[in-house]
Design a protein around this ligand. Structure first.
Ligand code: NAD
Length: 420
């Protein structure tokens, strides 16, 4: 893809380096490898909307399908000021490996609109979402490509997308997006899915290392959808949640934080900062405290070459996408830290999205206990497969997870052949 300058981005260069490394290790056929490096299709659209001040604003949007070899494509929609074609393409590629690793019948996709959603009114956001959906409508559908929320988008954005698509079809089509509100076809347990998935893989990791979660000291960076659910569930299981942070900063109490009380504090104060009986830390310090497990669940590139040496935990579970840089990853590996990689650890969201899609196609909805039991089964199976590959090949868990995902997609290409 280096010959297409419009795809240039640091994130895509990193994704391609990972792919090349793993494809070589797997001995992927060079023709298939070349196909894996390119997205199947990428659409760039302009989105003109009437702003609240009566003027017309024009935004740029993207939707990229990386591959469709295992089924329709699946991936989030991101609203962010710096989103670009290269980033969306890299994220679509990573979705391909993630879906294949988890055994889901999907290829990877991603979408984005370059905007700052916090500076748009609700009406502007609705217009933007509906016009974006209309512009990419040829590329989406329940058996074609199924968007979901990502950074800067939520259940409401998915409801507008579903409604816009349904209006053009003259009937309600719940299966066109996932992450919808429960009332219009969302799934029980979708909101908690990623945090819950993290806990399931952490359980397996601890079991393999011969440890227990109960009594272990945990630090969580980020107290949003992912971090707060993971912290609450681990706290209920008897882990000591010693540190938590959010955009406002971090808090620390080595004897443990009552997560239910903290949630009430955050609901009032808007941040974890100021919670009684805790010391104040920065977002960086939270990663470097004396504890057993660190869960970065906020933003990318938090564990880097300059601080990886100071991470004292011996287990890192990546809730966020890309919280560890490639350089930091090598440092942690050399120090014997077990890193459960993002592609596996935070896959609970896409797994329950798959359940939501299946329920929508059948108009038959499952109880939350069924969703939770199935999620646990899928996460545990995927973890054990990755652990098995890592043990057999003598690699770290990230390489093993990518090997497992990329191998499946490559095999799919091989079996289906090259058209025409
Ligand atoms: P969210 O917006 O609900 O929460 C993000 C949290 O991180 C908030 O507490 C926020 O204050 C904090 N934060 C933001 N910027 C920060 C910074 N610079 N330093 C420290 N903390 C910061 O988001 P989320 O849905 O919990 O997602 C968190 C991460 O997990 C993202 O990287 C996302 O891509 C990834 N992820 C989320 C899901 C999902 O289902 N929500 C699935 C897979 C991956």
């Amino acid at each position: 893809m280096t010959d297409h300058r419009e795809f240039e981005s640091e994130m895509l260069r990193t994704a391609l380096r990972q792919l090349d490394h793993v494809a070589q290790k797997l001995g992927v056929d060079p023709d298939v490898h070349e196909r894996l490096r390119h997205p199947r299709r990428a659409l760039v659209v302009s989105i003109p909307i009437r702003m609240d001040n009566g003027k017309t604003g024009v935004f740029t949007g993207y939707r990229v399908h990386h591959n469709t070899v295992l089924g329709p494509t699946k991936g989030g929609l991101r609203y962010a000021p710096d989103v670009n074609l290269g980033e969306v393409t890299a994220l679509a590629m990573l979705m391909s490996w993630k879906c294949a690793l988890m055994g889901l019948p999907y290829g990877g996709a991603k979408g984005g609109v370059r905007c700052n959603p916090r500076q748009l009114s609700r009406t502007e956001l609705e217009h933007l979402t509906r016009r974006y959906t209309a512009e990419i409508i040829l590329l989406i559908g329940p058996d074609l490509d199924i968007p979901a929320p990502d950074l800067g988008t939520d259940e409401q954005v998915m409801a507008w997308m579903m409604d816009t698509y349904s209006m053009t079809q003259g009937r309600t089509v719940p299966g066109v997006v996932t992450g919808k509100p429960l009332l219009i076809g969302g799934s029980a347990g979708r909101r908690e899915a990623t945090g819950r998935g993290i806990v399931y893989v952490l359980y397996q990791a601890a079991r393999m290392l011969g440890e227990e979660i109960r009594g272990r000291k945990v630090a969580v960076q980020g107290f949003g959808n992912v971090g707060s659910v993971a912290a609450r569930l681990l706290w209920r299981e008897g882990a000591i949640i010693a540190g938590i942070s959010d955009l406002g900063g971090g808090i620390w109490n080595p004897r443990g934080i009552d997560v239910a009380q903290l949630e009430r504090h955050v609901a009032e104060a808007g941040t974890v900062v100021g919670f009684p009986d805790t010391d104040r830390l920065t977002n960086q310090e939270i990663l470097e405290q004396a504890c057993d497990i660190v869960i970065p669940a906020a933003v990318a590139s938090q564990i880097r070459e300059d601080n990886a040496d100071r991470v004292k935990a011996h287990i890192v579970v990546e809730g966020a996408n890309g919280p560890t840089t490639l350089e930091a990853d090598a440092i942690l590996r050399d120090r014997g830290v077990t890193v459960v990689p993002d592609v596996l650890a935070n896959a609970g969201g896409v797994v329950v999205s798959y359940f939501e899609w299946v329920q929508g196609l059948q108009y038959y909805f499952w109880r939350e206990s069924e969703i939770t039991a199935r999620l646990q089964e899928v996460m545990t199976r995927a973890f054990n497969r990755v652990w098995g590959v890592a043990t057999k090949e003598g690699t770290d868990l990230r390489t093993a997870a990518l090997m497992e995902g990329i191998r499946r997609v490559a095999e799919g290409y091989k079996i289906r052949g090259l058209y025409p």
